[in-house]
Unconditional design. Structure first.
Ligand SMILES: CC(C)(COP(=O)(O)OP(=O)(O)OC[C@H]1O[C@@H](n2cnc3c(N)ncnc32)[C@H](O)[C@@H]1OP(=O)(O)O)[C@@H](O)C(=O)NCCC(=O)NCCS
Length: 241
């Protein structure tokens, strides 16, 4: 499990986000289940399938650590909870610091979370590059976005997965999830930087996305466009997973 902080520079202010990445299977996660708040344990005990038990624990353990990094205080992980809002978005409760939010994603054995202050919205997503999902992803990508993929040195599969994760991460910022017309989430610019991909949104000009392709996965973070941050430590951690 790896966690750290990301400083978020604004014109006249500096915010901090905390992040956590965890790679584990169910037995290893169960050993850490004492991190759950009693209300989370109650929910966990209703889960029937190992796949969901795994994803729930990956998400909650990553979320707890990301939030602890964000608040930068010694707080027992089981003293606060990450519950659900009405559209299934995560809600942090019982924390001594107020207005802390978290975004969660999980895929296979990887859990990823970012904790951030309410003043500075963020959303994340991780997706496996999986040829079996290409048709579903392509059906949600418009002609202009395919043109953008074609300007990048990547396959259609990688490009489609990239666009998919960027849209999922934005949909988490908006708290709609993917129950939204995909056209509204349309990508504006999409560029390859040295180690990352950066993108903007046609209809959400106040946000940008930064994405990394590491191994079989694509990781995307959506954050306010005018925020400057150094993601080198985050990227190095992705490479060690
Ligand atoms: C939300 C959604 C984008 C998640 O994407 P995914 O690839 O399935 O899964 P990920 O691992 O990336 O993300 C899952 C996490 O997203 C978070 N999430 C779920 N709904 C969310 C929303 N509306 N806004 C922000 N975050 C949300 C949760 O924390 C969830 O993890 P958890 O259930 O373990 O807490 C996608 O599932 C979706 O849009 N579903 C349709 C909406 C839906 O079914 N809503 C339910 C009731 S209205």
């Amino acid at each position: 499990m790896y966690s750290g902080q990301i400083l978020l520079g604004r014109e006249n202010e500096l915010f901090r986000a905390g992040f956590c990445l965890i790679k584990a299977t169910l037995p290893g996660l169960l050993e850490r289940s004492n991190m759950l708040h009693p209300s989370e344990s109650m929910y966990f005990n209703t889960l029937k399938y190992d796949r969901r038990k795994t994803s729930y624990l990956l998400g909650r353990i990553a979320a707890k650590n990301a939030v602890l990094q964000q608040i930068n205080q010694e707080v027992a992980p089981n003293s606060f909870s990450v519950t659900y809002g009405v559209f299934q978005f995560p809600v942090v409760k019982h924390l001594p610091s107020n207005n802390i939010q978290v975004s969660i994603s999980h895929c296979d054995q990887i859990g990823f979370a970012v904790g951030f202050p309410e003043e500075h919205p963020m959303g994340i997503d991780i997706e496996k590059i999986d040829a079996d999902k290409i048709e579903a992803m392509k059906s949600m990508i418009c002609a202009e976005e395919f043109d953008k993929i074609n300007t990048l040195p990547v396959s259609i599969l990688i490009g489609s997965t990239l666009i998919w994760t960027i849209k999922e991460a934005l949909s988490k910022v908006l708290r709609t999830g993917l129950m939204i017309d995909f056209k509204i989430l349309e990508i504006g610019e999409l560029k390859k930087e040295e180690e990352s991909y950066t993108s903007t949104f046609k209809h959400f000009s106040q946000y940008k996305a930064v994405s990394y392709h590491v191994g079989d996965y694509i990781y995307s973070l959506v954050l306010p466009k005018n925020t400057s941050c150094d993601l080198v430590q985050f990227h190095n951690i992705l490479r060690t997973l």
